[in-house]
Design a protein around this ligand. Structure first.
Ligand code: AMP
Ligand code: GLY
Length: 419
């Protein structure tokens, strides 16, 4: 079996690592870590013509699309049009992530529990509603409707905060067109988890649950990021809570998509907040999470490739065994991220010890020297018999590596942070 992975981040490295255990893997464009496992082609994920030509030449049995941008722009449709099976939704399904206004509409249509909300095109009405809700429920989340690389959500507990957020998105247009429409929703309070379900258009099968740390600094301080670390399993999320989430959220979503004529084949990633014991849906993503995938895939047994092919073909999804192990991933990011940071800092990675896997994200190779090339540079993954052992292994590697110019959170999967 030949699988082409599109993308160049830590998520794609994790996919290449897992899938190369059972298939020949190609990647476009990939990164230096992926290049150790797969043949890489220098074609960007937004170069649709280049990717089509690559598919015509290499004739992969499956294409897995990693990032949301090409999905939202319709890459899956283009490649399916060539007769190549694709794991990843078409443009219609990917709009669940491309438009928060649409995703909220679908949540309501499907009767899914979510924060009360309204959608606005005018800053004055957005502000008026925000102030009203802050008085009534204590806070709001102001969200840019379009995809804004994790910067499109501002949690506001005061009138000033809401005013600043609306000013930034709608008036100053700092997020570009993504902020032209905003969704204002009630602030929920609880703990979060991510459920990633593989979908074949009609049915789904969920991967093990993971939890992500979105803030840059220890103790959930600092700005929001794409994710600074993950762990799996999540002790606070019982099998019953997963079953309830599947019944109340994932199933109804797939059903509502089908009712709209959308044949959703790919990952449906639901970001959930548990408040009062009930799962509330915060958001959909239409792809594997990053860095959730790094932790989740470390816990998977063989057969992921076959499951992804089955989804791509709309066939019954074979279950993939889940190892009785815990996994932790700690992201090492460029100092300054998610703000401005330096690139091109040389990296030297010591060998990964027992149970440790290093996933590369923002790296590049310049004349044979590995250098930093992005905000999130590495995902240091480790498995163990429990979270404590996995965590000890990941941090032992990071301490020994002493990576110049990088920082990482020290509390990923720490007992006091477990929900
Ligand atoms: P989203 O992109 O919609 O998932 O929002 C990003 C992050 O903002 C989420 O992972 C939550 O941590 C937080 N968030 C979003 N919506 C809410 C809400 N209604 N109440 C509390 N926190 C929220
Ligand atoms: N880690 C969150 C995401 O992939 O969106």
């Amino acid at each position: 079996m030949k699988i082409l992975i599109i993308g160049s981040g830590g998520r794609e490295h994790a996919l290449a690592w897992k899938l190369s255990q059972e298939a020949e893997v190609l990647a476009a464009p990939g990164n230096p870590g992926i290049a150790e496992l797969a043949q890489c082609f220098e074609i960007a994920s937004n170069d649709f013509a280049g990717l089509e030509a690559l598919c015509n030449r290499e004739k992969p049995d499956l294409v897995v699309i990693g990032p949301e941008d090409p999905l939202i722009a319709g890459l899956a449709d283009r490649i399916r049009g060539l007769g190549v099976p694709v794991f990843g939704p078409g443009r219609d399904g990917a709009a669940l992530e491309g438009s928060k206004a649409l995703s909220k509409e679908l949540m309501v249509e499907a009767g899914i529990r979510t924060a009360a909300h309204q959608t606005f095109l005018e800053p004055e009405t957005a502000l008026y509603y925000s102030l009203q809700r802050i008085q009534e429920v204590g806070g709001v989340a102001v969200k840019a409707s379009g995809a804004a690389l994790g910067k499109g959500v501002v949690l506001c507990r005061t009138a000033d905060e809401a005013e600043d957020a609306i000013q930034m998105m709608m008036v100053d247009q700092e997020l570009g067109p993504a902020g032209a429409t905003v969704v204002v929703e009630d602030l929920l309070v609880g703990f979060e988890f991510s459920l990633l379900s593989l979908c074949n258009g009609k049915e789904f099968w969920s991967l093990p649950v993971a939890q992500d740390y979105k803030r840059a600094l220890d103790g959930d301080r600092g700005p929001n990021t794409g994710g600074m670390g993950t762990y799996s399993p999540v002790p606070a999320v019982s099998p019953a809570l997963v079953a309830q989430t599947e019944a109340d959220v994932v199933g109804p979503t797939l059903h509502a998509l089908r009712a709209r004529g959308i044949d959703y084949r790919g990952v449906l990633f639901t970001g959930l907040m548990v408040q009062g014991g009930q799962p509330y849906l915060l958001e959909y993503n239409v792809r594997f999470g990053d860095p959730e995938t790094q932790s989740i895939l470390q816990r998977m047994g063989p057969g992921l490739g076959a499951a992804l092919v089955a989804c791509a073909l709309g066939e019954p999804i074979p279950e993939v065994p889940v190892l009785d192990q815990a996994a932790v991933t700690v992201v090492a990011a460029s100092r300054g991220y998610p703000g401005a940071y330096r690139k091109g800092v040389p990296l030297s990675l010591p060998p990964a010890g027992d149970g440790v896997t290093i996933f590369q994200a923002g790296t590049n190779s310049v004349e044979g020297q590995l250098v930093t090339a992005g905000g999130r540079v590495l995902g240091v993954g480790a498995i163990g018999t429990d979270l404590a052992e996995a965590r000890t292994r990941a941090y032992a590697w990071l301490e020994a590596a002493d990576l110049e110019g990088l920082y990482f959170r020290r509390d990923i999967a720490a007992p006091e942070t477990l929900a």
